[in-house]
Design a binder for this molecule. Sequence first.
Ligand code: DAH
Length: 355
Amino acid sequence: MQASATPPDELDALRAAALPAIAGADSAALEELRVGLMGKQGKLTALLKSLGAMDPEARKSAGAAINVLKAEITEALTARRAVLDAAALEAQLAAERIDVTQPPRPEPSGAIHPLSRTQDELTAIFGAMGFAIKDGPDIENDWNNFSALNIPGHHPARAMMDTFYLTGGEVLRTHTSPVQIRTMLEQPPPIRIIVPGRTFRSDHDATHSPMFHQCEGLVIGEGITLGHLKGCLQDFLSAFFQVPNLPVRLRSSYFPFTEPSMEVDIGWNKKTGEIGGGADWLEIGGSGMVHPNVLANCGIDPRQYQGFAFGVGLERITMLKHGIADLRLFYESDIRWLRHYGVSPLSPATLHEGF
Ligand code: DAH
């Protein structure tokens, strides 16, 4: 025996219960209604299943009526879901609204290491004077580091420098001066370069580290004089220490690669540490007129070209500028020290804004 058709009022009752419930449901209730109607055990699903047991005539009319109801319910579910989703998105957007006109909160941020900062400042100062920035390798050959700079094998300057010798006969460069040689071999005059970079000596205490930094300067051209050297150092040191007319003194000295040779002193107050004030002098580097032998070693005719050179210790001038007492702290990566002496990456090293 086959079952008879679904009574139409059963469908009407289901419709009358389901549609208003769907229209008023929240998100969770809507999902419950969907499962209760269209899920595996759902009421509508059960009605559809019952079609199978009907005779063909009854199935035809009942099937059409059930499918109409199914379409109505599906549409109601979809419409309600769309309304709820849109409301949820609105609420989320309102909750996550940001006021882009508010000033930023200060966040703990990274800082530029004071030595990197010094290099940036030197680049800005010398860049404005038309100097190019050069570098060279940490591992140097004996000729570039010594012989070409007029320091022959027997010369006491070799012993003075506490050199790290490598097994292949090379050295860890003891100064940035070998880049003078590299540059002069590479390009004809005029030359105007600075060379900030790492240097190495077997030495370790509060004012010496086995790895430290120097900045070399080299100018080669026709008619270059000691006056140019003094003026260049004066401009550089005044700009770096931000002291107009900083007292700069050239004191007679000896380096194998310059003739005449001079230590570079700046005026300061030994008691207070104030740069530029007081009657004391402090040595910050070496300088001189490039020795004719050095020019000749690089294939430059010393009768046509003259030049000056200088070398300063980057830790030294950084310690003086910022009142840093112990050189070793530069390399300890102590976050408190870095926060204190580091410079904001947002403050650019440009000459016209001052350092
Ligand atoms: N190279 C020297 C040193 O490390 C420093 C120096 C002195 C460099 C005089 C120069 C210079 O270019 O002219 O002690």
